[in-house]
Every structure is written in structure tokens, then in C-alpha cells.
Write a protein that binds this ligand. Structure first.
Ligand code: ASP
Length: 466
């Protein structure tokens, strides 16, 4: 007999089934033993009757989280025993055979309730935390949302392309994670802060419509909803105007929101603006004093979603010392043509084709139309303070690529963790990531980072000086 999921028992009344999973809870009611059996689809009630002594004794030895396999008959529950809160609540399994597949120690916290538990403990035992209802649901929704994204992009002619994790630093305004190269002593790869340059190179390569569910790495001090590694929906398109990018993303977001209700009615959302307003950066700053305003009509309603675009950004801002120009988005963002002449005379007056997507006071995405000509790109590099030598070392490959017929192009990246956090009414992105880092950037499940052996360090020609 093939094992089926608990949820499948609801249309197997009268039939014999084989189930497997974890003991969620055991209740002894006088002569009858009830066990809630949990698998990935949810709970089902098992019933052990006293007439089969051996089976009954084995059942009475069961403890929470033991792994078992049963064969039994699906019976309709007596009407007053129906549990409306459980999808399988109209049936129960009269067990005929029970096999204990594995015993379990007492878990550090209960799996079968939703009590708040210290996050450190949850992360250390993440595999147990994920057994609980909320994390399981969040990961399931995450999967469904990512699948909806992939289907949506595929239907519109986008190709998903993986870009390397061991690569060269791309400036996104954060510190790089570096990986020492054993084969090239003294040299380092950088983990990508984003696949920015590679997706632009894919446009030069003629792929025209690229996307990727991309892991990005930024060595930043952690703040509320940041993680040193996070996931972006990364998109790039050739021959597009800014409007086409914004329209595409709006359609995608609406599609995801519809998907959420399909998955779980309780995730239904109210969208404040059916068509996302496109707001001028300077006006937004004047009116709200922030570039990611919360535009909800009712700020206390987590189920209200107020999306808005912020466009018409300045190309540069001055850094803290008021001396160097920094790109407001990144150095690959195209200045507006009408402002090109200001690049030399008054760079702070130059506007760019940057677009940011904000939601309920969070920045959830950003992108731009890019520069696709070497001479303009070089000018921008110089304005942000790079010397000829640095330009060649860091970006020679991109400038070269632009000389072989680079199409006009642009794109965007959306922070998927943050988006999911808001969709699921969670307070932290850690709630939507299977194995997140702790607040101080540690992987508590695997216990990383750790020291490594001298042998490994020698291989890498690295000497630790602390
Ligand atoms: N690479 C940018 C980022 O990670 C997004 C983009 O410009 O497409 O923010």
C-alpha cells in the first residue's frame, strides 16, 4: 500500500489507508487513545481501541514528536465529534497497524502550540521551529509566490539565467563578502551584492529579457529587516522605456496578491491605489520628509497595501563630508538626456531614470534605465571619484562590452523577503526565510561563522592576526 498524506483521507471514507508522520499529541480518553498525527499537509485523528492489546500498549507508549507509520480505516466521525477547525475534522482513522519509525527526545519547545519562544532558541532548533504551523505556512506561501513569479515571467518571454556567486565586486553601496582564491594566491572573489553588471552583460549578449530569483550578499551592520544574504527578483530588459518596467511590475504584484488569496483567504489584501501612483522624488521629500512614505489611508491596517513609485531622482547626492558625489541608485543608472550637459557644470542638478517601489513605508524595490554608452559611463565613474586606473581595473570589462553594440536597457530588483514579510503580516524578514541569520549575523542552526583549521588557512595563504 502506498502512503498518502493526511489531507487525502477526507475523500477515502471506508477505505484502508497508510499514513506516516509525527505524533502531534496523544490523549488518553478512558479506554480509547487518540493521537493527532501530523504530516506536511496537517493533522488527522488516529483512534486506538483497547480490543487489540498489543497495538493498544504500543500506542500508549507514544510520545510527542515520535515518528510513526500506521495502517487503518477511514471512518466518519460521530456528528458530535466533528472538528470544524480541522480540514480532516469529519473523519478519523481506526488504526490496525502501528510502526514506530523513530523515537524523539523531549523537544526544547512545544511543537503543538503557537506560544512565543525566544528567537535564539527558535533559530538554533530551526528544524523544529519549521515543524510548527506558522513557519511551515510561511515557507509554503513563499514557494507558491516564487512559483507564480516564475510562471508570470516565463509567460512574458523572460529567461531565468543564473549568474555566479563567486564573482567580482559590484558596488551597491555596501561592503563585500570576500572569498580568498586558493589557486590565485592573494586574490579574492567577491560574493555578489546584486547581479547588476552580469545582467547588463546579458543584455549586451542579446538575451533581451532576463530574470533571476537571485541571492545577494551585503556585509552590512544588521538592521531590522536586513540580512547579510537575501533574495531578490532581479529583472533586466532591452529596448524598454521606464514606463514598461513599471507597468510590468505592477501587473506582477497584482498577480501575486491574487495568488495569496487563492492560497489562503486570510491573506486577502486591500490595495490603496489600483494603479500605483508615480511620484516625483523632490515632491515626496518635500511632503513626507522621506523617500519611502507610508501612503496607507489607515496606517494601522496591515492588510492595506499602498504601493507607489518614486521617480525622477537626482543622479547624485553628496556624501557626509560634502565632498564626493555618490550615485543615488548606483553608478550604472542613466542620467536623463536633457540633463547631460549639467554633468560637468552642476552634477547635483542632474536627474536620473531611477525608479523605486515603496510599500507601506518600506522600499521594496529599485532599478533604473541604464547607461549603455562607454563615454557616459566613464564620465559617471569619474564623477564618483574613480581614477582612470580604478575604472579600468574595476569596470574595464563593462566599458569594453558597451563598445560591441550594447542595446538600451533597464531593469529592477524587488526584495522578495521584505515583500513576503509584508504580505504575511510578519514583523521581521527572518519569519519568511528558512534559515536566516540571527540579529548579530550568526547562523545559529549550523553555528557559523567558525574558526577554520590552520591547514585550510595555509592553503589560502591567509594569516589570522587576532
Ligand atoms: N541592482 C540593483 C539593486 O540590487 C537593482 C537594479 O538596479 O536593478 O538594488
Amino acid at each position: 500500500m502506498k502512503r498518502i498524506l493526511n489531507i487525502k483521507t477526507i475523500d477515502k471514507e471506508g477505505e484502508e489507508v497508510k499514513l506516516a508522520g509525527w505524533v502531534h499529541i496523544r490523549r488518553d480518553h478512558g479506554k480509547i487513545i487518540f493521537v493527532d498525527l501530523r504530516d506536511k499537509s496537517g493533522l488527522i485523528q488516529l483512534v486506538f481501541l483497547p480490543d487489540n492489546k498489543e497495538l493498544y500498549n504500543l500506542a500508549s507508549s507514544l510520545r510527542n514528536e515520535w515518528v510513526i507509520k500506521v495502517i487503518g480505516k477511514v471512518n466518519k466521525r460521530p456528528s458530535k465529534m466533528i472538528n470544524e477547525n480541522l480540514p480532516t475534522g469529519k473523519v478519523e482513522i481506526e488504526v490496525q497497524e502501528l510502526k514506530i519509525l523513530n523515537e524523539a527526545e523531549t523537544t526544547p519547545f512545544e511543537i503543538n502550540d503557537d506560544k512565543d519562544i525566544a528567537e535564539e532558541i527558535r533559530l538554533k532548533y530551526r528544524y523544529l521551529d519549521i515543524r510548527r504551523t506558522k513557519m511551515k505556512r510561511n515557507l509554503f506561501v513563499r514557494h507558491k509566490v516564487i512559483k507564480a513569479i516564475r510562471d508570470f515571467m516565463d509567460k512574458r518571454g523572460f529567461t531565468e539565467i543564473e549568474t555566479p556567486i563567486l564573482t567580482k565586486s559590484t558596488p551597491e553601496g555596501a561592503r563585500d563578502f570576500l572569498v580568498p582564491s586558493r589557486l590565485h594566491p592573494g586574490e579574492f572573489y567577491a560574493l555578489p551584492q546584486a547581479p547588476q553588471q552580469l545582467k547588463q552583460l546579458l543584455m549586451v549578449a542579446g538575451m533581451e529579457k532576463y530574470f533571476q530569483i537571485a541571492k545577494c550578499f551585503r556585509d552590512e551592520d544588521l538592521r531590522g529587516d536586513r540580512q547579510p544574504e537575501f533574495t531578490q527578483l532581479d529583472i533586466e530588459m532591452s529596448f524598454v522605456k521606464q514606463k514598461a518596467i513599471l507597468n510590468l511590475i505592477e501587473k506582477l504584484i497584482i498577480k501575486i496578491i491574487h495568488k495569496l488569496v487563492e492560497i489562503d483567504k486570510s491573506l486577502s489584501k486591500k490595495i490603496t491605489f489600483k494603479s500605483f501612483p508615480r511620484l516625483d522624488y523632490e515632491e515626496v521629500m518635500k511632503e513626507y520628509g522621506t523617500d519611502s512614505p507610508d501612503l496607507r489611508e489607515n496606517k494601522d491596517d496591515p492588510n492595506e497595501l499602498a504601493f507607489a513609485w518614486i521617480i525622477n531622482w537626482p543622479m547624485f547626492e553628496l556624501d557626509e563630508n560634502g565632498k564626493t558625489y555618490n550615485a543615488c541608485h548606483h553608478v550604472f543608472t542613466s542620467p536623463k538626456k536633457k540633463d547631460l550637459s549639467l554633468l560637468e557644470s552642476d552634477p547635483l542638478k542632474v536627474h536620473s531614470w531611477q525608479h523605486d517601489l515603496v510599500l507601506n513605508g518600506h522600499e521594496i524595490g529599485g532599478g533604473s534605465i541604464r547607461i549603455h554608452k562607454s563615454d557616459i559611463q566613464k564620465k559617471i565613474f569619474k564623477l564618483v571619484g574613480l581614477s582612470e586606473k580604478e575604472i579600468e581595473e574595476k569596470f574595464g570589462h563593462l566599458l569594453k562590452a558597451f563598445e560591441y553594440g550594447a542595446p538600451p536597457h533597464g531593469g529592477i530588483a524587488l526584495g522578495l523577503d521584505r515583500l513576503l514579510m509584508i504580505f504575511l503580516n510578519e514583523k521581521s524578514i527572518r519569519e519568511v526565510i528558512a534559515f536566516p541569520k540571527s540579529g548579530d549575523s550568526r547562523d545559529l542552526t549550523m553555528d557559523a561563522p567558525t574558526q577554520v583549521s590552520n591547514e585550510q588557512l595555509n592553503d589560502l595563504n591567509i594569516k589570522v592576526t587576532i
